[in-house]
Write a protein that binds this ligand. Sequence first.
Ligand SMILES: NC(=O)c1ccc[n+]([C@@H]2O[C@H](COP(=O)([O-])OP(=O)(O)OC[C@H]3O[C@@H](n4cnc5c(N)ncnc54)[C@H](OP(=O)(O)O)[C@@H]3O)[C@@H](O)[C@H]2O)c1
Length: 320
Amino acid sequence: MEIAKSGLGAEWGGEWGQGSRTGTRGAPQISLVPEPVWSFLLQMRRRLEEGVSEFYYAPQAFGFALPPEDPTQEFVPALLRDAEDAGFEADELAALRLYLPIVVGGHYARRAGRVFVVAHLAQSLDGRIATHTGHSRWISNSANLLHVHRMRALVDAVLVGHGTAAKDRPQLTVRHVAGRNPARIVIAGRCTGRAELLTGSTEDDLLLHGQDPCGIPGHAALGGDSGVDPEAALSRLAERGWHSLLIEGGGGTVSRFLSRGAWDRLQLHIAPLVLGGGVPALDLPLVDAVDDAPRVEMQAFDLDGEILIECRRRSSWRFN
Ligand SMILES: NC(=O)c1ccc[n+]([C@@H]2O[C@H](COP(=O)([O-])OP(=O)(O)OC[C@H]3O[C@@H](n4cnc5c(N)ncnc54)[C@H](OP(=O)(O)O)[C@@H]3O)[C@@H](O)[C@H]2O)c1
């Protein structure tokens, strides 16, 4: 597949972005993932859970082993360079660049007893994830829909805020790609009835909320009226054996995790439209001076002409 020549830098800034030798000035195209790569990633995820850490990608006769310890995944850029030297196609490399860190992040989080957190939002050019009426289907394109289903297949659990559950009644299942469904979680300030939650709710779904239990199986009260502390929520997930989490919105929920530093990757899909107001993507604490602003590492992907910006949290990330 040809790499889209969108004129975006393949990676922007920081040590995470260095080392790309894709030979293109365009962002890697990620709308279609070659089936062998996708099968490999799913298999890798399963094998890691079984304790296997050596892998072989047969189409390119490429083998590699994961280091026993490297939660920051500094080995990944070198691995991608080796893959490029081994003759991987551009679309294979793009898929590995985006999805391999998710699989590997979940693995190291499991070893450390923590949770690897990825948040995803699709926003307009003016930073909105829904109109002023709450309408949001669909801000992004079908390539992003596929991407989100891939992300669901690569994590143990998916979480949405009460606002999104009530407004959209999402299914949060993997329907458009091969892979298994994640566990489903709703986070809410108060105890709520199952009927208000996800489409097809079952007792396997978890509701995290800030007030006392209301006697519904799968509900967990964490914290008080001020809401659920993201770290307490993640501890609860780890206790359940869920070590990778996709937060699919809305903006309020993602912002609460970001403001507490409880995240590893943020994926912002930028769609070519303007909503003139509405539900904000990110609503974070104020920063007085630009020099004090928390910074991230970034890389960009081309999703059929729309842009996915993936941000990686730096260890210095914090709000004063
Ligand atoms: N474009 C996209 O990518 C995208 C994705 C998802 C949703 N959406 C749209 O975005 C809108 C909803 O977004 P939103 O930002 O308004 O709402 P939201 O983030 O979905 O939900 C916010 C609510 O979740 C609960 N909550 C979140 N974090 C919590 C915590 N730490 N502790 C306790 N409760 C917590 C609270 O519920 P209580 O009210 O119970 O206190 C809070 O009011 C909808 O219109 C939806 O269609 C768009």
